[in-house]
Design a binder for this molecule. Structure first.
Ligand code: SAH
Length: 344
C-alpha cells in the first residue's frame, strides 16, 4: 500500500491518523510542528518523539522533501532561481524575489502544463502531472530554509495552471496560511490563471482573501485565441464576467497580466480596446514585455511602445504597472531552466 503523504494532511486529518495509531493526541501537535514550522527533512530529526514511534511514522507515512538540483543567483538583485527534484525524479522551478516589502516566492503548481499558451516554455512538452500540496509547500519551505529569511509573499505563477489542479491548490493555500505553519496572510498570496471560468467562479465562493491574477494578453477574442488556445473555450466576455464576480464576492481587486508581444498585441488600438474592456473592472494592469523563448519567434515590444501602451491606458483612468524584470542575468522565460535541464 502507498504510504500517506503526511505533509499534505490538514491538522484535523493528522490528528485522526494519530488517533488511529492509538497514540496520545499531543503527538499530532508535535509532529505538525516538525513538519510545518521546523520543516524537518526526516522523521529522525523529530527528536522529541521516541525512536520506536519515528520508525512507525516512517512505515506509515511518506515525508515529501524537495532536493535542489541547481540554484542560480542573480548578481544584480539577489533573485534566486531553484531547480528542484521531486521524489519521483521529475524536476520543477521556483523563484525567490527580494523586494523592499519582503521576500516573495514564485512556485510551480504542475509539472509542465497543458494549456498551450504560445509564448510559454512550460507548456511545450505538455502536462506530466499535478503537484501535490506537499510539493507546493516544499518549494516555499526549502527556499525559506536555504536563505534563512522569512517568506512573506507567495505567487502561484510558475509552471502549470493552478486552477487545473484545483483541489491540491486549495489544500496548499489552507496549509500555507495555517497558524500552525508559516501562517502567511491570504492577502499575500496571488494565484494566476489563464482564465478557466468554472474554477474562477468556484474560487470566488471559497471565502478566501487571496488575489486572483488573470492572464489577459489581448483585448479581442481573435488575438487572444492566437496566443492562448484556452480562449477558444472561454470567450473574453465570460472570463471578464468571472472577474467581476470574483471582485463582488471577495472584495479583492483583480490583477490583469498583459505580456506585450511586438506586432501582435502592442498597438495603440489594442491599448484603447483594452481600456474599454476594463473600464468597469476593479483591478490594475501589469504589463510584461514578453520573454522570448527560442522555440517561438515572438519578440519583445520596444521600450517606447511599452511606455506608450501604459500611457494610453492611464489616460483612460486604468491603473498600470510595468513588471520590473528581476534576475535579468539568470532569467530565461518561465519554464526555461527546467527545459534546458531536460534537454541536456
Ligand atoms: N498558468 C497560469 C500561471 C503561470 S504563468 C497563467 O496562465 O496565468 C504566469 C504568467 O506569465 C502568465 O501571465 C503567463 O501568461 C506569463 N508568461 C508565460 N510565459 C511568458 C513569457 N515567455 N513572457 C512573458 N510572460 C509569460
Amino acid at each position: 500500500m502507498d504510504r500517506i503523504d503526511i505533509k499534505s494532511l490538514t491538522f484535523e486529518e493528522l490528528s485522526e491518523q494519530i488517533h488511529a495509531m492509538e497514540l496520545p493526541a499531543y503527538r499530532a501537535g508535535q509532529i505538525c510542528q516538525w513538519l510545518h514550522e521546523k520543516q524537518a527533512v526526516s522523521f529522525d530529526e523529530m527528536t522529541n518523539l521516541p525512536a520506536a514511534l519515528r520508525s512507525r511514522l516512517e512505515e506509515r507515512f511518506e515525508l515529501v522533501v524537495l532536493k535542489p538540483v541547481e540554484v542560480k543567483i542573480s548578481a544584480i538583485d539577489g533573485t534566486r532561481k531553484y531547480l528542484f527534484a521531486l521524489p519521483d525524479g521529475n524536476v520543477i522551478e521556483s523563484v525567490l524575489m527580494r523586494y523592499k516589502h519582503g521576500n516573495s516566492v514564485c512556485i510551480s503548481s504542475q509539472v509542465g502544463c497543458r494549456m498551450g499558451c504560445r509564448f510559454c516554455a512550460s507548456t511545450l512538452d505538455g502536462l506530466a502531472r499535478n503537484l501535490r500540496p506537499s510539493e507546493m509547500l516544499e518549494q516555499v519551505y526549502r527556499i525559506g530554509r536555504d536563505t534563512g529569511e522569512r517568506v512573506s509573499n507567495v505567487v502561484v505563477m510558475g509552471s502549470g495552471e493552478p486552477l487545473d489542479n484545483y483541489d491540491n491548490l486549495l489544500r496548499f493555500i489552507r496549509l500555507l496560511t495555517d497558524e500552525r505553519g508559516l501562517n502567511i496572510s491570504q492577502r499575500n498570496i496571488t494565484v494566476s490563471t489563464c482564465g478557466l471560468v468554472p474554477q474562477m467562479l468556484k474560487l470566488a465562493e471559497e471565502d478566501l482573501q487571496i488575489t486572483l491574477a488573470l492572464s489577459l494578453h489581448a483585448s479581442s477574442d481573435a488575438t487572444r485565441r492566437q496566443l492562448m488556445p484556452v480562449a477558444k473555450r472561454y470567450p473574453l466576455s465570460e472570463v471578464l464576467d468571472a472577474c467581476h464576480t470574483y471582485f463582488a464576492k471577495t472584495g479583492r481587486r483583480m490583477t490583469f497580466e498583459y505580456s506585450l508581444v511586438r506586432g501582435v498585441n502592442d498597438s495603440m488600438e489594442e491599448a484603447g480596446a483594452l481600456a474599454r474592456l476594463l473600464k468597469d473592472q476593479h483591478g490594475h494592469v501589469n504589463l510584461i514585455p514578453v520573454n522570448p523563448i527560442k522555440e517561438r519567434d515572438f519578440v519583445q515590444s520596444e521600450r517606447k511602445t511599452v511606455e506608450a501602451f501604459k500611457n494610453q491606458l492611464e489616460k483612460s483612468g486604468i491603473n498600470v504597472t510595468i513588471r520590473r524584470e528581476m534576475g535579468r542575468d539568470i532569467h530565461g522565460a518561465c519554464g526555461q531552466l527546467r527545459r534546458s535541464y531536460l534537454m541536456s
